[in-house]
Design a protein around this ligand. Structure first.
Ligand SMILES: Cc1cc2nc3c(=O)[nH]c(=O)nc-3n(C[C@H](O)[C@H](O)[C@H](O)COP(=O)(O)OP(=O)(O)OC[C@H]3O[C@@H](n4cnc5c(N)ncnc54)[C@H](O)[C@@H]3O)c2cc1C
Length: 359
């Protein structure tokens, strides 16, 4: 019989891992404190941008990270064809000001030969508002944007279709989680437990606590519609930790964001930061307030501000196995971008253990 596996967590990492394992024939129960539709300080997935992007060049990006990301890229482009998934294919444009160009001899992002329709942007096409930012590199490609709440519901639905069940429960340890495989109306012991608890993953793997690295992000959702996904690396010397992301979403509306506050897990909103984000967005995406485009209102109409805490980890994401315990947490700012790649790695860890135990 195939292994019974408890997956802890119903963020993008837990749901994708559960889905990919069930597609391979394993029996899966998800055990999670928060489920899609919930909001909580340490339930990060609903607060993401979310899109596919990383500025590193091929030379500076590890091959494992590349494999994870590109596996996810093509899966998301496929999912984008499914109505109601919350994923939409979009043109993505990236502008890199001189102040944020860290590499010398940079000739494009690591994915330039792997994504669809990659090309450099001619300086004559730069938005008028970019003047003064000293842009040294700009490119576009076929990307996608994700409406996270819609996509999390989609994943849960796909899991249910694939035979995955789920239980709302806070667990205090991996041992406790192991007793919570739901079999009909009863709990039985699981063969394996996968820790996909995001920032909570460190509480369940206490020997790793010193690597906990929360990274705060602040976002603003507006009703106005942007034409494309626009990414501008840091352009303001006074606020060098701030970039600009203009993220048009499925169902319209646009998310404006671009902040990384390391070792910060507070939830307060910085109103001055919100004003800076709005000003930058209007420089690069003036159509947001042009009635000629999608009948946009003449000012930004705020829906809501959000704060999300990215589950970062010193040393990068932890995907590892120790007997019946498997970990998959710490994906920081790219949990969507590498979700399918990480789930594939977990599936290999499950399989390798199974093969070894049969020898
Ligand atoms: C502003 C912002 C923008 C972002 N933009 C992007 C982007 O563009 N692209 C991208 O790829 N990523 C982006 N991210 C990062 C992405 O959101 C995260 O990497 C991802 O959501 C992490 O998912 P997760 O499943 O690991 O954690 P979470 O979503 O936090 O889920 C954790 C799950 O574990 C459960 N849990 C925790 N502890 C316990 C316990 N003890 N018992 C039971 N259940 C437990 C929780 O209830 C929850 O269900 C962004 C994040 C932010 C904040």
């Amino acid at each position: 019989m195939k292994e019974r596996i408890v997956v802890i967590g119903a963020g993008v990492i837990g749901l994708t891992t559960a889905l990919e394992l069930s597609r391979r024939g394993y029996l899966i129960s998800i055990v999670a404190k928060e489920l899609p539709g919930d909001e909580a300080r340490f339930y990060t997935s609903p607060y993401a941008g979310a899109f596919f992007y990383h500025l590193d060049s091929l030379a500076s990006r590890g091959w494992l990270a590349q494999l994870q990301d590109i596996a996810s890229y093509y899966e998301f482009l496929r999912v984008a064809q499914e109505p109601g998934s919350g994923v939409s294919e979009r043109v993505a444009e990236v502008y890199v000001p001189r102040m944020s160009m860290k590499e010398t001899g940079y000739d494009g992002p690591w994915f330039k030969d792997l994504v669809r329709n990659y090309e450099m942007i001619d300086p004559r096409e730069y938005p008028v508002g970019a003047a003064g930012d000293d842009i040294v590199f700009a490119f576009r490609y076929t990307g996608f944007t994700i409406n996270p709440v819609q996509y999390l519901h989609y994943l849960l639905y796909r899991c249910a279709q694939s035979g995955v069940n789920y239980v709302r429960r806070t667990v205090g340890s991996l041992e406790e989680a192991r007793t919570l495989f739901l079999d009909g109306d009863d709990f039985v012991e699981a063969d394996l437990v996968v820790n996909c608890a995001g920032i909570g993953g460190f509480d369940l793997n206490t020997t790793d606590r010193q690597n906990r690295l929360p990274v705060k992000g602040q976002t603003l959702l507006v009703e106005n519609v942007a034409r494309k996904l626009t990414i501008v690396e840091a352009m303001d010397a006074e606020h060098a930790a701030e970039s600009l992301y203009v993220v048009p979403r499925a169902g319209y509306g646009t998310l404006l964001t671009g902040t990384y506050l390391y070792h910060d897990d507070s939830l307060d909103v910085d109103e001055e930061l919100t004003e800076r984000i709005k000003k930058r967005a209007l420089r690069y995406a003036p159509e947001l307030v042009e009635s000629g485009y999608m009948r946009n209102p003449k000012r930004l109409v705020e829906v809501r501000q959000f704060v999300g805490i990215r589950p970062g980890r010193e040393g990068g994401v932890n995907v590892s196995r120790d007997g019946w315990r498997i970990h998959n947490y710490g994906s920081a700012h790219s949990g969507y971008q590498n979700s399918y790649g990480l789930a594939n790695r977990v599936a290999r860890l499950v399989q390798e253990g199974t093969v070894r135990s049969r020898l």
